[in-house]
Ligand binder design. Sequence first.
Ligand SMILES: Nc1ncnc2c1ncn2[C@@H]1O[C@H](COP(=O)(O)OP(=O)(O)OP(=O)(O)O)[C@@H](O)[C@H]1O
Length: 457
Amino acid sequence: MMVKQQAEKGMTNEGVAVQVCGLIKTYPSTYTLGCSCVCCCCCLKVKRTAPYHAVKGLWLNLAKGQLFCLLGPNGAGKTTTISCLTGITPITGGDALVYGHSVASSVGMAKIRRLIGVCPQFDILWDALTGQEHLELFANIKGLPPSEIKSVAAKSLSEGKLKTATNVRVGNYSGGMKRHLSVAIALIGDPRLVFLDEPTTGMDPITRRHVWDIIEDAKKGRAIVLTTHSMEEADILGDRIAIMAKGKLRCIGTSIHLKSRFGAGYVCNINFSTTNGEPQTEPVKFFFYNHLDLKPTEESKTFLTFIIPHNKEPLLARFFAELQEREYEFGISDIQMGLTTLEEVFLNIAKQAELESSSAAQENLVVLHLTSGTSIQVSMGVRFVGIPGTESAEHPKGLMVEVFWKTDDAGTLCISHHSPEAPIPPNVELIKNESLIGDMPVGFTIDPNQILNANGR
Ligand SMILES: Nc1ncnc2c1ncn2[C@@H]1O[C@H](COP(=O)(O)OP(=O)(O)OP(=O)(O)O)[C@@H](O)[C@H]1O
């Protein structure tokens, strides 16, 4: 909101490289030929798809000398945002100023092109050219003085995995080497703003660390916009992180800010020593349950993990003082506390966005295979879901499960596992829309606050 107010008052800030002011991108309708019959000769129809709102009014400032990391599940609108800022696709509404030049005007865009370097999501390289030839070509395009081109190209190839491949044709590069070369191309000519769209996809861990060092060094004196599906990469490189979903910015801040504001709380790991006999995990579990009403999220013979929600904060000082006093009695070797992970923040935001859109339109359903053997459809991102047809005299409200989500390597939200089936607490209000899509029932979404309140969590 502050960004919007500043922009509306025409305020400019010296430290800002890019000012995005209500950016909108809507892809127009497309027309396809199709029919629903088998013969295909009599009823070919032109089908019109609805316009797609990929970016729905984005407001943000990107600072000079900082790396801004844009996260979001597949289809969030990250690449579209980059395409709008780099002039690859025309914007539909709003504007963005790159070092004061507007992306909405062709004059502005011509100036912006001289200031930016881009590593696109998919490599645009020529198999017949070598790494050195690519860099010389792009150094030429960026307008570097001819006398400097060879040395600049050689310098950016002088380190890491590309060194040995300088004169090898790119057709023989691995996928990771091609991404490495695309990053080098984005940085050539000292651009003041660099866009890196999933730059380390397909890289082995050693090359990835090397490219992280290159990116970290490149922050000085320029702004970098990076998109990634790796939370580790975002945590390590991002000075500020934003999460987009369904075309909208959902949250923005430093990694620590996002974890404390949007994470579930703290992760507490307790390790037990095995030198003085059997570890006392059961008394410690009881101690946590008794004082904080928490059960472990992970456990083994020698460690326990608890997620401590923020609302328990007032109890923690006394709780940990007492736990430390009894460390020896419980056989605890060490206690570690940390904020929950960025991945968890990401999942929370992605789930929330999916839930909003699937409750707006009855879509985005995925199949949940219950361990009891039946399958139901559930809204993407739902946490507690009631199982249709499970009402009985013993459980008048029926049964429910808690669904746990994860993202796959490509950033798509998918079901990880679910809790055992449990009775829906009697005081929970249910809004049941009995429905069947295809021949599979649709589970009803239960407000998580009601369950947490009912369980005293
Ligand atoms: N040319 C186009 N015409 C119509 N729709 C498009 C076009 N390009 C992208 N889209 C749609 O816009 C949405 C946003 O796509 P975009 O590529 O920006 O997402 P993203 O956040 O970069 O996802 P990913 O992580 O998969 O790269 C998607 O639903 C996509 O299908």
